[in-house]
Design a protein around this ligand. Sequence first.
Ligand code: SAH
Length: 209
Amino acid sequence: MIENLKKINLILQLRKLGITNYRILSILEKIPREKFINQELFYKAYQNEALPIDCNQTISQPAVVAKMTELLEPKKSFKVLEIGTGSGYQTAILSKLFKRIYTIERHKILMEKAKKILSNLKINNTVFYYGDGMKGWPAKFSFERIIITAVCKNLPIKIINQLEEGGILVLPLRYDNDQYMTKVRKKNKKLYFKKYWRVRFVPLVSGIN
Ligand code: SAH
């Protein structure tokens, strides 16, 4: 019961922050965030906070997950590439809005854990890959949507090459000393950038761990 109240409170908070997409809010209400964090943090599962996960990484703040999802302009027929599986929480949200999720993580421990959680939640439209996401998906593939959940200094070219014409990439991007949520649209082979709010993400790191 208390858990339900905490959940409703979080949803109300997200609405106040300008997240109005009903579909996204109802998915956030349904996916059990507590499954993606360690037990000692359960009491914080429905607070609008980023929380630590294994390997010195973080599960993103619910408001950020919701807004990034909104910026992606999801469509049920689209394939989406996610760089930085982390806990798998964003992956689970995306799985309800896209046809298939291709997700890459450079920490094997995190990837295995996320895989298990999603399988327990009976989410089976997700393909996991343990590797360096900066290199893009390890097969000749293209995606209508791409999301990067770690901060980049520059756009990784191999990822851009896998974005379809007309596609959207959402990522935190570094501008001098700050990071801003950014939407990149590929149109007539050109990239159009739109800068949104200030964020704090862990860095995109090359190589595997
Ligand atoms: N959306 C995730 C956020 C995880 S934090 C969540 O809500 O849980 C970002 C993740 O990106 C970390 O797990 C980190 O290991 C991963 N990452 C960083 N650089 C990467 C790279 N080059 N390839 C794949 N994953 C990477």
